[in-house]
Structures are given as structure tokens and as C-alpha cells.
Design a protein around this ligand. Structure first.
Ligand code: TYM
Length: 333
């Protein structure tokens, strides 16, 4: 099978959680281990689209790189770097913002959600952030982009920008048309408090998410307090549709254990939720605690993380510098 060229990014905005892990990072590791050519980016330029404390941002950049490594991304096999250390990203973003159309950006639902009611006060960066994301991907001729469901629309925009550039400059195949890799199941992990809302780092309630740095006791406590209902454990998949919190917990269990939903329904049918929750906590501790311990260890080894980022940035610079020159030439520069 031909190897894929993989690019993906994660924002260093703190509190990386189970949604980031199941929706994205776990798949990064699988794609790397299948022998694909992989580039994983700590997208610090994306993070500053909302206000950041510079000192905390610096820690979060290192912690995101540490999370990649603790989850199984091997810096000897994959490139790990932070976006701001490779200037081609900002340059390509400007150039592509002159190709992208206002109408396309106006359709982006994530901007509408993040900007909220007062969109006049949102940064311009937050509005054009999907163009920077397209630049990230297109600079490396990535063929496949593993992301969670919430990034699907941004990926479609990257494809539209790529096609329009190739047409406008009469340069078929200059940019690849990247394929999204979004899992069929569990591509959107929901809040533990409200099954209709995405699990998110920006949710003010820490009880809404399992952070990848949570202790065993925190995991047990959060699962104990996770919203369920007073009805018995569901017996059929149809029965899950109207019970989003239960569907989410069962989805998390199924994804982490590799057990089919039907088998889980059979295993726990007729029981109350406490037994299922105990099992789920145990599974989460088995899967997440080793990662969390490794993150804590790596967080103390600043020089190692800085070295990984430095080497990754050198490689990324090398790969992107020719492409950015080619893009500039197309414009006539
Ligand atoms: P970010 O930092 O918000 O999220 C990182 C990855 O985690 C996924 N994710 C989830 N998946 C399932 N359930 C959830 N509750 C959940 N929350 C987050 C996201 O889909 C994402 O894959 N703009 C991107 C980062 C980015 C990028 C790129 C991605 C920048 N450039 C180029 C791919 C290619 C973002 O803000 O992701």
C-alpha cells in the first residue's frame, strides 16, 4: 500500500482532553505506526486568535509536544514542531487569504460559535484561522489529514482553496487536494455534563472533560459525576439515540477498548449505571494514566522537548521552504 503524507495540528491552549485523544491523537499514532510519512504540528499561531498569556502559552506549547510523545508519537519517525518557528506558515496564510473568498469564510460554523454574539469584537485572526489551517496542510503537499468531526468544514475549505489556486494559476496538481481522515464512529466526543455539547478545553466546568493530565482519583470522580439518567442500561442501539450522554459514555468505552457497541449493550443490560461507570473508570485509568504520567515526566525535561521541537522545526523548514518559494513565483514575486 502506498504511504500517505499525513499532516495534522493541535492547538496549545492547555487542557488537552479525551476528545483530542480519541478524535485525533490516537489516530496520529496509528498512522505513524502504519509507516506513513507524518508531520504533527503544535499550532501556536492558531492559539493566539484568542488572548493568551505569553508565559503560559510557552508552557502549553511544550506540554502539547510532550502529549504527542507521551501518546506514542515517536520524534524519530514523525516530525513534531511548532508552527510559529516555521515562517512559511504565516507567509502562505497571507498568500492564500488572497485566494479564499469572503463568502466561504462567512459559512464557517466554528467562527460563529467561537465569536458568539459579539462577533465585532472577535479578532480578525479568529475569522481567517481556517486559511492558516489550509496553509499548514498545503505547504507540505499533505495527502491525508486526520482530525475530529469538528474540523470537517475547515478541511473542505482547504480543498476549495487548493482547487481555486490550481485553477486561477493554471497549475493543475500544484497543490494536492487533501483527504480528511475522520473516523466513522467517535469522531465527536461529547461533554460529560451535556451530551449535546462537544467535549472542549474551553468549557468552564472541568467536570465536563477528562484531561489527559488527570489523576486516577480525578478520573474516578468525573465518571461518577458524569450525567446519566434514571432509566435502565439501554438494550439496543436505537435506544441510544434519545440518550446522548449514555451514547457518549458507551462510545468512549467502545473506542478505548475496541469492543463493539452491541457487545457492550449485552454485557451491561439490565444493570444499573454504577457498575458500567466503575468499569469505564478502570478502563480510562488503564489507557490514560500511563500517558498522564509520561506527560508529567516530560514536562520536567524541558531541554529534551525543546530539542525535539528544534529538530522538528529544522526539518519542517527544509520541507516548506521550496514550496513557499514556488507559491510566491506563481503570484509573480
Ligand atoms: P483543536 O486544537 O481544537 O483540536 C485538535 C484535534 O482534536 C479534535 N477534537 C475532537 N475530536 C473529537 N471529539 C472532541 N470533543 C474533540 N475536540 C477536539 C479536533 O477535531 C482536532 O483534530 N484548527 C485545528 C488545528 C489545526 C489543524 C491544522 C488540524 C491547525 N492546522 C491542519 C489539521 C490540519 C484545531 O483548532 O484543533
Amino acid at each position: 500500500m502506498a504511504t500517505k503524507k499525513i499532516f495534522s495540528g493541535v492547538q496549545p491552549s492547555g487542557n488537552l482532553h479525551l476528545g483530542n485523544y480519541i478524535g485525533a491523537i490516537k489516530n496520529f499514532v496509528n498512522l505513524q505506526n502504519e509507516g506513513n510519512e507524518c508531520i504533527f504540528c503544535v499550532v501556536d499561531l492558531h492559539a493566539i486568535t484568542v488572548k493568551q498569556d505569553p508565559k503560559i502559552l510557552k508552557q502549553n506549547i511544550r506540554e502539547t509536544a510532550a502529549t504527542f510523545i507521551a501518546s506514542g508519537i515517536n520524534p524519530k519517525k514523525s516530525i513534531i514542531f511548532n508552527q510559529s518557528s516555521v515562517s512559511a506558515h504565516s507567509q502562505a496564510s497571507w498568500l492564500l487569504s488572497c485566494v479564499a473568498r469572503m463568502g466561504w469564510l462567512n459559512r464557517m460554523t466554528q467562527f460563529k460559535e467561537k465569536a458568539g454574539k459579539d462577533k465585532e469584537k472577535a479578532s480578525v485572526g479568529l475569522y481567517i484561522y481556517p486559511v492558516l489551517m489550509a496553509a499548514d496542510i498545503l505547504l507540505y503537499d499533505a495527502t491525508h489529514v486526520p482530525v475530529g468531526e469538528d474540523q470537517k468544514q475547515h478541511l473542505e475549505l482547504a480543498r476549495d482553496i487548493s482547487k481555486k489556486f490550481n485553477t486561477d494559476f493554471n497549475a493543475a496538481d500544484f497543490f494536492k487536494i487533501p483527504e480528511p481522515l475522520i473516523q466513522k464512529n467517535f469522531a465527536r466526543i461529547m461533554s460529560l455534563k451535556d451530551g449535546t455539547k462537544k467535549m472542549s478545553k474551553s468549557d468552564p466546568s472541568d467536570l465536563s472533560r477528562i484531561n489527559l493530565t488527570d489523576t486516577e482519583n480525578e478520573i474516578i470522580n468525573k465518571i461518577k459525576k458524569a450525567k446519566t439518567d434514571t432509566n435502565p442500561f439501554p438494550t439496543s442501539i436505537d435506544n441510544l439515540k434519545s440518550r446522548p450522554e449514555i451514547e457518549n459514555l458507551i462510545g468512549i468505552y467502545s473506542s478505548l477498548s475496541g469492543t463493539k457497541i452491541e457487545d457492550l449493550l449485552n454485557k451491561f443490560k439490565g444493570q444499573n449505571f454504577s457498575l458500567f461507570k466503575e468499569d469505564l473508570s478502570e478502563l480510562l485509568i488503564k489507557k490514560i494514566s500511563p500517558i498522564s504520567k509520561e506527560i508529567n515526566k516530560l514536562n520536567k525535561d524541558i531541554s529534551f522537548i525543546d530539542q525535539v521541537l528544534k529538530e522538528g522545526s529544522e526539518k519542517a523548514n527544509e520541507l516548506s521552504s521550496k514550496k513557499i518559494e514556488d507559491i510566491k513565483k506563481k503570484f509573480g514575486f
